[in-house]
Design a protein around this ligand. Structure first.
Ligand code: CTP
Length: 399
């Protein structure tokens, strides 16, 4: 997968820099061409000689090569790369990347790069948890960078917590997954539901939920990237689909989502039900704004919404694959398995609201895939774009 790919490996000044040597070896073994760019502080932890011996290229650290005076062009390097992987990424470099402080070769290269960027933070637990670091990481996510979440465990300080750089093998896997042959869903039509639904109370108010749509949109992008034609039936969200093979059908209520999904289902190969659909809707939404001054408190009567996934499950024909989600707070596995059966799903993606970093509004998720044959696969906490890769890998197996 990485054969012939051009990778910039950015190394910052942290104790995890020793692991970058293993990561470099893994990239080289996978057939990639690697250019190491190291910050001045990085060189305190690992010598350029080791890195250039393994990569077969001089290591770049300064804007100018001291003995020849030649200029290292961050622009050319940025254009050369198919991927840039910054591992370890320290709090300081993450801050510079987030705010465009281009005072070294690594950050200038980052700013010039047009390729996907992977960032593997490594630092002490309190530095990682600090609002400044978290805000900067959030900015990087907004720029479209993929954060390879640090693991929890014993740190160099002997404190125990989250901040340890992800193992090189897992960083390699994340990069490989990104570059995997992308056309395995060519000729397939896939429906994805995403986001919340809004159930009208009156012309200005609604019943909704906290779903951001990020997981569903990431799934739609991943399907399109692998060649599928995607119909993304989306409740009201603040994000946009990017891939040209995604047709977005904007809906508001569960009823509208239901009608749109049913209209498309017969002709699709798979449907992934990622939306957080309201279970109930308002029986008689007011046609005029409900006013504050009332003799009696207004009563909102609810009625059941259709279960879209269950209806599709009942209509599913041989060869069609139906995937559901279960976002649970209690009895997670039992509830997920029950939904799998009741809705005739092929597999269910369980995410627990009890897991920090998983569920609504976050950019990350931690999932378990439970198959109808009873097998269970657990995954670590990851960026939702990487979670989408795992889910679509499971879908491809089914198709
Ligand atoms: N779902 C759906 N239509 C609904 C409710 C849910 O298509 N009216 C889908 C969701 O998109 C998800 C799965 O069914 O893939 C499970 O959703 P969830 O809300 O967890 O399940 P419910 O059946 O609503 O059960 P409960 O709210 O009691 O947990």
């Amino acid at each position: 997968m990485l054969k012939g790919k051009h990778i910039i490996l950015g190394i910052c000044g942290g104790i995890a820099a020793y692991k970058s040597v293993y990561l470099l070896r893994l990239f080289i073994k996978a057939g990639a061409e690697v250019q190491v760019v190291i910050t001045p502080a990085g060189k305190e932890f690992i010598t350029p000689v080791t890195l250039s011996a393994l990569s077969g290229k001089p290591v770049i650290s300064e804007f100018f090569t001291a003995n020849t005076g030649s200029w290292n062009s961050h622009v050319d390097l940025g254009l050369w790369a198919d991927a840039m992987v910054i591992a370890p990424a320290t709090a300081s470099t993450i801050g510079k990347m987030a705010n465009g402080i281009a005072d070294n070769m690594l950050v200038t290269t980052y700013l010039s790069a047009k390729c996907p960027i992977f960032v593997a933070p490594a630092m002490d637990l309190d530095m990682f948890a600090h609002p400044s670091t978290q805000r900067n990481l959030q900015l990087l996510k907004e720029y479209g960078n993929l954060i390879i979440e640090p693991a929890a465990g014993e740190l160099a300080s002997h404190l125990v917590g989250k901040g340890r750089m992800e193992e090189p093998e897992n960083i390699l896997k994340a990069v490989e997954a990104y570059f995997r042959s992308t056309q395995e869903l060519a000729g397939r039509h896939i429906i994805v539901t995403a986001g919340p639904t809004y159930e009208k109370i009156d012309p200005v108010r609604f019943i909704g939920n906290y779903s951001s749509g990020k997981m569903g949109y990431a799934i739609a992008e991943e399907c399109a990237k692998r060649g599928a034609a995607v119909t993304l039936i989306s409740g009201p969200v603040g994000i946009k689909a990017k891939h040209p093979s995604i047709k977005v059908v904007d809906v508001e209520s569960a009823k509208e989502m239901h009608d749109a999904a049913l209209a498309e289902f017969a002709a699709c190969d798979a449907a992934i039900m990622c939306a957080a659909v309201a279970d109930y809707t308002v029986e008689n939404p007011a046609t005029h704004k409900i006013k504050r001054e009332h003799d009696e408190l207004p009563v909102i009567r609810l009625k059941k919404n259709p279960d879209i996934a269950a209806e599709l499950g009942a209509r599913k024909r041989t060869g069609q694959v139906l995937v559901g989600f279960a976002l649970e707070t209690d009895n997670e596995r039992v509830n997920a398995a029950e939904k799998l059966k009741r809705k005739h799903l092929d597999f269910v993606v369980l995410n627990s609201l009890n897991e920090p970093g998983a569920g609504f509004k976050t950019d990350t998720n931690k999932i378990t895939i439970i198959d109808k044959d009873g097998t269970e696969r657990n995954y670590g906490l990851k960026d939702k774009k990487l979670v989408a890769i795992d889910i679509i890998d499971a879908l491809v197996e089914k198709l």
